[in-house]
Design a protein around this ligand. Structure first.
Ligand code: NZQ
Ligand code: ZN
Length: 386
């Protein structure tokens, strides 16, 4: 097991009716920027619950944060906070709104050009505007981690940043909010969380027995509840297990003491920036192909995953590992994912060139748990995804 430090100050408030607790969770002197997305919160009653709980508070609303939130939009919120002297941000939405809140939180007091936070990936440790969230879409884990992914529209870049200053003060996770989610977003949530676990688990054996079991249990739970929650999001037991699995998949716990990869996400972000494909759907296209191209590096964990998560029998590591990849593809397809890039764009033939070049220019030349995912390997993975 590798050395680690575990730090997570977010207070997670989970369950039915918990939005009402905003009254006491938000600091009494808060001058709030209420950040939200395209308006789903008005249709599903979440806005009403939030504003009822915050009656009497000083609230300025800022809506229109896009899925894959734009730097350009968020800078408008930064200016409003500065102008009005607001001191608290409440994100009400999915990962995009929460990620947006993290960027605004970091940018308001940033000395210099806030675009550098993204393009120079500056670690944010302090000097932030405190923020919290009411989660409406289980998927990203953003409600309990300190990472954020923002798109710069003008340059077609989708870039992540973060730092220990960017944990939400609290996050409210009420599983009942998922009943209004379109099927597509429910499917996305399951696959995003599943891939988060894979990025932190599917590397090489590191003797981290407990973390491996944590990871496998989240995968097994997502396999168990995923198809059902998509068909019946008002089943509270399914919804609660789905939501908690998504948070646990990326709140930092399962990555402690183990190597991680994250290249599926790095390539996936490029596909979203280029073709506007939903985040989770890019991961479904790339993940299995990355496992194929990096088979020799990952085969021992692939076989462990196959045996423990998919109950694949057999002593031959290679054979079990290959079957584990097949089982993953089958599950992703069952969850409504298209597995080929060509399902989304006719431009796909240029993609491998473009991404290989971009990664090389950024100096992303030795990635993955063994630092052996080179731009050339990235090219192979993308080409296999056509
Ligand atoms: O904008 P509104 O109107 O709210 O509608 C949203 C949006 O259209 C809708 N929605 C959300 N909750 C709803 C709802 N519709 C009905 N009922 C509800 N209860 O769903 C759509 C998608 O929302 P979005 O927030 O974009 O989805 P998601 O939570 O999947 O977030 C995706 C973003 O998170 C980033 C992704 O790259 C992407 O930009 N990620 C952030 C991570 C992190 N911070 O740790 C990790 C992830 O790997 C990921 O990269
Ligand atoms: Zn993700």
């Amino acid at each position: 097991m590798l050395n680690f430090e575990l730090y997570n100050p977010t207070s997670l408030v989970f369950g039915k009716g918990q939005i009402a607790k905003l009254t006491t969770l938000v600091p009494a002197d808060a001058k709030i920027l209420l950040l939200y997305g395209g308006g789903s919160i008005f249709k599903n009653g979440v806005y009403d619950q939030v504003t009822a709980a915050l009656a009497g508070f000083d609230i300025t609303e800022f809506g229109g944060v896009e899925p894959n939130p734009h730097y350009e939009t968020l800078m408008k919120a930064v200016h409003i906070i500065r102008e009005k002297g607001l001191n608290f941000i409440l994100a009400v939405g999915g990962g995009s709104v929460i990620d947006g809140a993290k960027f605004v939180s970091a940018a308001v007091k940033f000395e210099g050009n806030p675009i550098d936070i993204l393009q120079k990936q500056i670690r944010i440790v302090d000097n932030v505007v405190p923020f919290a969230s009411v989660l409406t879409l289980p998927a990203t884990g953003s409600e309990m981690n300190s990472s954020s992914v923002i798109t710069i529209k003008s340059t077609h870049e989708k870039l992540s940043f973060g730092g220990r200053g960017l944990f939400p003060v609290f996050s409210i996770c009420d599983p009942e909010v998922i009943t209004s989610l379109p099927k597509r977003q429910l499917q996305n949530g399951v696959i995003d969380a599943y891939t988060h676990v894979m990025e932190q688990y599917l590397t090489y054996p590191a003797g981290a027995m407990l973390q491996d079991r944590f990871a496998e249990s989240i995968l097994q739970t997502l396999v168990e509840v995923g198809p059902g929650v998509v068909d019946n999001p008002s089943d509270y037991t399914l919804a609660a297990n789905f939501m908690w699995s998504c948070t646990m998949a990326l709140n930092g716990l399962i990555q402690k003491g183990v190597p991680t990869d994250w290249v599926t996400h790095m390539i996936g972000h490029e596909l979203t920036a280029l073709y506007d494909i939903d985040h989770a759907r890019t991961l479904a296209i790339i993940g299995p192909n990355l496992y194929k191209v990096m088979f020799e590096t990952k085969k021992e964990k692939l076989a462990q995953y196959g045996r423990r998560v998919w109950n694949i029998q057999g002593d031959d590591t290679d054979e079990v590992a290959h079957k584990a990849i097949d089982a993953t593809i089958e599950f992703f397809s069952k969850m409504g994912m298209n597995m080929q890039l060509s399902s989304y764009t006719t431009e796909y033939a240029k993609t491998a060139d473009f991404i290989e070049k971009r990664f090389t220019e950024r100096g992303w030349i030795a990635m993955g748990e063994r630092k052996n995912i080179t731009p050339d390997k990235v090219r192979q993975i993308v080409e296999l995804s056509y």
